[in-house]
Design a protein around this ligand. Structure first.
Ligand SMILES: [Zn+2]
Ligand SMILES: [Zn+2]
Ligand SMILES: [Zn+2]
Length: 445
C-alpha cells in the first residue's frame, strides 16, 4: 500500500510540476525546444484516490539537477535535538505566540522548530508535545514552504519589506496614520471599512503625502498612443513600476496589490475576459468580501488607466462589511471602470446583479468565515471562473479543503501571485512566508 502511495504521488507530482519547467524560447535544437532545469521546490496537491486517502494531500517535490550535474543534498537535522533561536540578523521586536499553548512569547525568547524553522514555541516542552501531537506529519511540508522564502521575497523593492510591527514600519516610511496607509495598521481599526475620515480625496492626501513621483498619477498612461490602444499586459511589479515611472523605493505596491491582482486576473488569467477587453467590450466582475479595500477605491482607478483606452470593467463589490451609507455606484473613478457597492451576503444578493464574467475574492479566508459555504454554493451553480487569493500556502491548503467540501476542485493550481504585496507579514506562531494576496488559485477556470 505504501509503495502504491509513493508511486501515485510520483506520477501526480511529475504531471503537476511538468508545466512549471521553463521552455527556453530562443533555443531550438535538433531534438526540439530546450527546457530549463533549474532546481526548485514546489508543493503539489496529490489528491489521493479515495482508497488511498490520507489527511495530507500536499507533497513537497524538489526538482534537482540532472544526474550529470552535481547536487549537494542539504543535511536534514533531527527535529527534536536541534531547537534553535531564530536568526539574529532579523531584528524583530514584537511579541509572538507559542503554537502549542498560545502563550505570548517575546521574539528574543522564542524557539522555533530546528528542522522547518517555521513554527514558534515558548520552550522545549511545548515543542516536544506539539511534535508528537501535530507537527510531525507537517514538518516536512513546512520546511519546503520555508525554503521558498528567498524565491518569494520581493527583492526588487528598495525599502524594508519585512514588517513585524506595522505601526513602526509605517512610521519608518513616514506614512503612519496618513491617507490610505491607515488601513495597514490597527490605529484606525475602530472606523468601519470604507468610512475612514478624509478631508479631500486628492491623490496627494490619499497616498499619505508621498512625493508626487512616488505614486501613480491619476491620469492616462504617459506612453498612451492614439491609434495603438490596447490594454497593457503586465508580468509583474517591475514592469508596472517601469510603465508608471515609479522608483522601486516607492511602497505603493502594498496598496496597489488589490487592484493590480484584479487587473492581472482580468487580462492574463481569464482568456475570455482578455478577449472581451481587446474587442472593446465590458467585463463584469463580482468581487466578494471587500474590507480594507473599501478605503482604497480610488487606487482601483489604476485598472481604468491600464486599460489604455480599450474595454470597460464593471466591478460589483459585495459583502457584509460594505457600509449602508455607501451603497450604489462609486463616484470619482475613471470612465473605463465602474464600481458598485452592495451590502449583504453573496448568496442573498447575486440574483439582483448582472451575470458576472468572473468572480474574485482577495485574501478570502475561506476557512475563517462560515458564510462562505452559501457563497460557494452560488459559485458552483453559476460556473464562471473564480479566483481567490490567500496570504500563505498553509491558508491555501485549508482553503482547498473548504472548496472540496463544497464540491469545487481547483482548476488553477496554487501559485505565488506576481502582484502580491511586497510586505512580508509576521503572523502569530509561524515564520511561514505571508503576504497580502500572496498566493492565487482558481476554480471553474
Ligand atoms: Zn508553549
Ligand atoms: Zn518543524
Ligand atoms: Zn498604527
Amino acid at each position: 500500500m505504501e509503495e502504491l502511495r509513493y508511486l501515485i504521488a510520483f506520477i501526480k507530482a511529475i504531471a503537476l510540476v511538468h508545466p512549471l519547467l521553463q521552455p527556453e524560447t530562443d533555443k531550438v535544437t535538433k531534438n526540439g525546444r530546450n527546457v530549463n532545469f533549474e532546481p526548485f521546490i514546489e508543493t503539489v496537491d496529490v489528491q489521493w484516490p479515495a482508497e488511498l486517502a490520507t489527511a495530507v494531500d500536499l507533497v513537497a517535490v524538489t526538482i534537482s539537477y540532472p544526474p550529470t550535474r552535481t547536487y549537494e543534498e542539504k543535511k536534514l537535522t533531527s527535529p527534536i535535538k536541534y531547537i534553535e533561536p531564530p536568526k539574529e540578523e532579523e531584528d524583530f521586536s514584537g511579541s509572538r505566540q507559542c503554537a502549542m499553548c498560545e502563550k505570548p512569547v517575546q521574539w528574543d525568547q522564542s524557539l522555533c522548530c530546528g528542522r522547518c524553522k517555521a513554527i514558534i514555541y515558548c520552550g522545549p516542552i511545548c515543542q516536544k508535545n506539539h511534535w508528537r501531537e501535530a507537527h510531525k506529519s507537517m514538518c516536512g511540508l513546512y520546511k519546503a514552504m520555508m525554503e521558498r522564502e528567498e524565491e518569494l521575497a520581493m527583492k526588487i523593492f528598495k525599502f524594508n519589506f519585512v514588517v513585524d510591527n506595522s505601526c513602526q514600519w509605517l512610521e519608518s516610511m513616514g506614512l503612519h496614520k496618513k491617507g490610505m496607509w491607515r488601513r495597514l495598521c490597527g490605529c484606525y481599526a475602530h472606523y468601519p471599512f470604507g468610512l475612514l475620515p478624509t478631508k479631500s480625496i486628492g491623490a496627494f492626501e490619499l497616498w499619505g503625502g508621498l512625493g508626487d513621483k512616488d505614486y501613480p498619477s491619476d491620469k492616462p498612461l504617459a506612453n498612451h498612443i492614439i491609434g495603438n490602444r490596447n490594454p497593457v499586459f503586465l508580468s509583474g511589479w517591475s514592469e508596472y513600476y517601469n510603465i508608471r515611472s515609479l522608483p522601486m523605493s516607492s511602497p505603493v505596491a502594498a496598496i496597489l496589490s488589490h487592484p493590480l491582482t484584479v487587473y492581472h486576473i482580468l487580462t492574463t488569467l481569464v482568456i475570455n475576459s482578455k478577449n472581451r477587453l481587446i474587442k472593446g467590450k465590458e467585463v463584469v466582475v463580482h468581487y466578494l468580501g471587500p474590507a480594507v479595500e473599501l478605503d482604497w477605491l480610488q487606487a482601483f482607478d489604476e485598472i481604468s488607466h491600464l486599460l489604455n483606452g480599450l474595454g470597460n470593467v464593471q466591478i460589483f463589490m459585495i459583502g457584509p462589511e460594505v457600509p449602508s451609507n455607501l451603497l450604489g455606484p462609486v463616484s470619482g473613478l475613471g470612465s473605463r471602470l465602474r464600481v458598485n457597492l452592495v451590502r449583504g451576503l453573496y448568496q442573498e444578493q447575486y440574483m439582483n446583479l448582472p451575470a458576472p464574467h468572473m468572480v474574485i475574492a482577495l485574501n478570502c479566508g475561506l476557512e475563517s468565515y462560515g458564510s462562505w459555504s452559501g457563497a460557494l454554493g452560488v459559485i458552483k451553480s453559476i460556473n464562471v471562473p473564480v479566483f481567490f487569493t490567500e496570504r500563505s500556502e498553509v491558508l491555501c491548503t485549508s482553503a482547498k479543503q473548504v472548496l472540496r467540501t463544497s464540491g469545487l476542485h481547483l482548476t488553477h493550481p496554487v501559485g505565488p501571485n506576481p502582484f502580491r504585496s511586497p510586505l512580508r507579514e509576521q503572523i502569530h506562531s509561524t515564520n511561514l512566508p505571508s503576504f497580502s494576496n500572496g498566493f492565487i488559485f482558481g476554480v471553474n477556470t
